[in-house]
Every structure is written in structure tokens, then in C-alpha cells.
Design a protein around this ligand. Structure first.
Ligand SMILES: Cc1ncc(COP(=O)(O)O)c(C=O)c1O
Length: 444
């Protein structure tokens, strides 16, 4: 290159010539016109129903109302902090220079730590080639839909369940929601699933379940896993594509009392070639903001899912991965953390469950299920002739009681059930809600 081409020309703009303060607010296009030129996918996408309720709560609070917010599936850090060694581990990893790209499929030390964690805590030995790391469980769930389904394929899931309707939409899959009820603890039975398995490509289960706080019975899970194995034996003989099982266990460390978490692969190892299990630090370690999730699956599936998620850039932050790897190898800290955390969650769920039970005894039209896991309680408010959404709004306005109706979890039946989440409320706030509910609800 001639030296002259490197010499700045005299009429090049100087920084001072760049206009400052150019206001683009009114130059970004008109809403409707812009909307019409978006993709069909974007135009049909529906945001989180729960975030819409959160906006209503903010507006009420800004107007001075007292609201008991049971809507967020998250933790208030002052009430439910992450383990101190995790916080210290993130700080140290950043100070040690873990500020560049991680490998797009996860830091090897974390993938190896997940292997040891599952062997130690779940009795499952997966090879490290089975483990994929991502920025929380969300990208892994999205990745499972995109890796396992073609457009039009059937994704079968019970409702209420978390966000399957949205992920099915994003993957252009045909979502087949199966309504489940309190009589089966809000899980599908194998009898209920069987007629649909032949036409499905993906079955999605989550336990402990968001939104109900219930845990699947091991016998029911084993029966479902066996049905998946039998269906795949038929498909292999006919040369048809497999039926996959996604088992979302992000709340598995948070079970209460004598209730125990189980996995389909431990109960029926033959289902492992068709199973993707999702997990994260988000809920078990109250670390929703750290964005570290992992999944285990057959290595051939992992390779493809890693390619897809690598392009999305959905990897977990590197320093957080390094710190979570150290935590997963520290059973003493994990145990101490869960004792404290589960204690706080159970105390809160018990106040809610007892409060609703007392109201029911006193003739109010309410009900609640005994909590088994996660951070949720299923509560029912039965006001005949009124839709759940109307009841939700009315209770929010009249009693400052903010809950999420099961309709936000894909249920279309009007059953009167709500999800109450306790990760961001104090015991005093919870106790204060019952006089307010008693004052506004009718009594039989
Ligand atoms: C059942 C279930 N799976 C997955 C997720 C997503 O977890 P993450 O925050 O790790 O993306 C959530 C979050 O609420 C959940 O409830």
C-alpha cells in the first residue's frame, strides 16, 4: 500500500463535525406500518403473560396500593440469596480474567462438574459428551424444540405447563395441549397420553411442576417412560422417526418433606436414547440472574443442539460457568444452601396453604393443594360464572392479591386455579393477605 493512502486527507470529517443530540425518537417508523412488514413469526409471537401482570402491579403500587405479589417465578435476593461461595466464585473468576468468550457449548470444567453432580446426587453416570451448557434452561428448551422437531410435527404437553405453547409456536410445531387436573396431581397419566403418542414427535414433562408445585409420582413417570420406549420400538421396526421425551427438572432440588424427585432414565434406563433432561442453577440455587443452565442427552443430539445454540449465542457467561462448576463439586455448601432455602420456601408455602385451608373451613369458596416442590402453591378461587382472568383482576384491585391464573400456562379450561409464587414475599406480607381476602370474598 503506498504511504500516501495512509495519510488523512484534509477534508475528512473531524469529531466536532458529527451532529450531536440527533433525536431519532420520532423517526423510527409508524407502529402499524412497521408491524405489517415484520415476519409472520414475529407478528404472531405472544410475550410473557406474567410480565403483563407485573406491569399492572407496578402501576397499582405507584398509585399507593399495597399489593402482595405472588406472581413472580423468581427470588428476591435479600430473602433468598445465592450461596456466598457462588458469589465469591463469580467475583474471583472475573478478577482472574474469565471475561472472554467461553466455548460455545460450555466450559469443559462445568460440563465435567455436571457429570460428577448427577452421578453423586441423582445416581446417573452420563459421559461428558452428553452435557451441553447454555444461558439458563430457556435456550435449552428452545434448542430441544428446534433440534428435535420439523415444522408441523406434534409437540405433546400437559397444560398447565410453562411456556410450551410459546416454544411450540417458535418452532412452527403443532402444539397438542392435554388438560390435566388436580385429581392426577396435575400430571398426565399414561392412559391419557397413550392415544396421542403415535402421532407425536416430542413429549414434554416438567417435575416439580411450574405452575402447580406438584411432583410426579415415580410409578406414573415409569409407566410413561415405558410407553415411550414401546412406541420407539414400533417406530424403529417401521423405520419412523423417534418420539422424544424432554424432562424439565429445573426445580428438582426443591422438593418438600418426604417427597422425592425421580428421573425417567433412572426408572427406565431404556428411555435414555430418547430423553433430553433440562436443568439450571437458576431455581435450585436462587441464581436466576446468573444465567447458567445445562442439559444431558444422547451425544449425537447434543452435537446438533450445540451447533444451533452456538449460532444463537445462547451461551452462559464464562465467569458464572467457572463459579457454578466449583459449586456443583461442593456437596457441603449445596446441602447447607438447600436446608436454608427450602426452609424459607416451605415456611411461606405452609402459611399460604394453612390460610386457604382455614378460609375453606370457614365457608369461603377457596381450595389449595398441599405443596410438594418448587416455589409454588396451587390455589383455587371458585366464583361461579366468572372467568379466571376477571377474578384475577378483581382480587388484585379489591384485595391487593396478585396471582397468576393457570390460563397463563396454556390452560384454556376455566377451572378457577391460580399459581401463587413465594420467592419474593416476606412471611408478614403473606399473613397480611388473608384478612383482605376474607373481607372481599363471599361466604357460603
Ligand atoms: C419449568 C421451567 N423450566 C425452565 C425455566 C427457565 O429457567 P431459566 O431461568 O434457567 O431460563 C423456568 C423458569 O421459570 C421454568 O419454570
Amino acid at each position: 500500500m503506498p504511504a500516501s493512502s495512509l495519510t488523512p486527507t484534509t477534508n475528512a470529517p473531524t469529531p466536532a463535525a458529527i451532529p450531536s443530540g440527533l433525536d431519532l425518537t420520532n423517526r423510527l417508523g409508524e407502529g402499524e406500518r412497521t408491524d405489517a412488514s415484520l415476519s409472520e413469526l414475529a407478528r404472531g409471537a405472544v410475550g410473557s403473560e406474567i410480565l403483563k401482570i407485573a406491569a399492572e402491579i407496578r402501576a397499582l403500587r405507584a398509585a399507593g396500593a399495597s399489593v402482595c405479589n405472588l406472581t413472580v417465578g423468581d427470588f428476591e435476593p435479600a430473602l433468598f440469596p445465592i450461596p456466598p461461595s457462588l458469589l465469591e466464585g463469580v467475583r474471583k473468576a472475573l478478577a482472574d480474567g474469565h471475561t472472554n468468550y467461553p466455548p460455545s457449548d460450555g466450559v469443559l470444567a462445568l460440563r465435567e462438574a455436571v457429570v460428577r453432580y448427577y452421578q453423586r446426587e441423582l445416581g446417573l453416570r452420563y459421559p461428558v459428551d452428553s452435557v451441553l451448557i447454555a444461558g439458563g434452561a430457556r435456550p435449552l428448551l428452545y434448542g430441544a424444540y428446534r433440534t428435535l422437531l420439523d415444522p408441523g410435527d406434534v409437540a405433546l404437553y400437559p397444560v398447565p405447563s410453562w411456556n410450551n405453547n410459546h416454544y411450540a409456536y417458535l418452532a412452527a410445531a403443532r402444539g397438542v395441549p392435554l388438560p390435566v387436573h388436580a385429581d392426577s396431581n396435575f400430571f398426565p397419566t399414561v392412559e391419557q397420553l397413550r392415544p396421542h403418542l403415535g402421532g407425536a414427535r416430542l413429549l414434554l414433562l416438567n417435575s416439580p411442576l411450574n405452575p402447580t408445585g406438584t411432583v410426579i409420582d415415580p410409578a406414573a413417570l415409569a409407566a410413561i417412560a415405558r410407553a415411550v420406549v414401546e412406541e420407539n420400538a414400533r417406530r424403529a421396526a417401521a423405520g419412523r422417526k423417534s418420539l422424544w421425551l424432554v424432562y424439565d427438572q429445573v426445580y428438582w432440588q426443591l422438593t418438600h418433606g418426604s417427597v422425592r424427585h425421580t428421573t425417567p432414565v433412572a426408572l427406565v434406563p431404556e428411555v435414555a436414547p430418547y430423553t433430553v433432561m433440562l436443568d439450571a442453577a437458576s431455581k435450585s440455587f436462587a441464581a436466576t440472574g446468573l444465567r447458567v443452565g445445562w442439559a444431558v442427552m444422547p451425544p449425537a443430539v447434543r452435537r446438533k443442539m450445540a451447533d444451533i445454540l452456538g449460532h444463537v449465542g445462547a451461551w452462559a457467561p464464562k465467569a458464572e460457568q467457572v463459579a457454578v462448576a466449583a459449586l456443583l463439586d461442593d456437596p457441603v455448601t449445596i446441602r447447607a444452601h438447600h436446608e436454608r432455602m427450602i426452609g424459607g420456601v416451605r415456611e411461606r408455602l405452609a402459611v399460604l396453604a394453612e390460610g386457604f385451608a382455614a378460609m375453606r373451613r370457614d365457608g369461603y369458596p377457596v381450595d389449595a393443594l398441599a405443596p410438594q416442590g418448587a416455589i409454588y402453591l396451587s390455589a383455587r378461587v371458585s366464583l361461579p360464572g366468572r372467568k379466571n382472568e376477571d377474578v384475577r383482576k378483581w382480587l388484585l384491585q379489591q384485595a391487593g392479591f396478585a396471582a397468576v391464573p393457570f390460563q397463563a400456562f396454556g390452560l384454556y379450561e376455566e377451572t378457577g386455579w391460580f399459581r401463587l409464587s413465594v420467592g419474593a414475599v416476606s412471611l408478614d406480607d403473606l399473613r397480611a393477605i388473608f384478612p383482605r381476602l376474607r373481607a372481599v370474598l363471599p361466604r357460603a
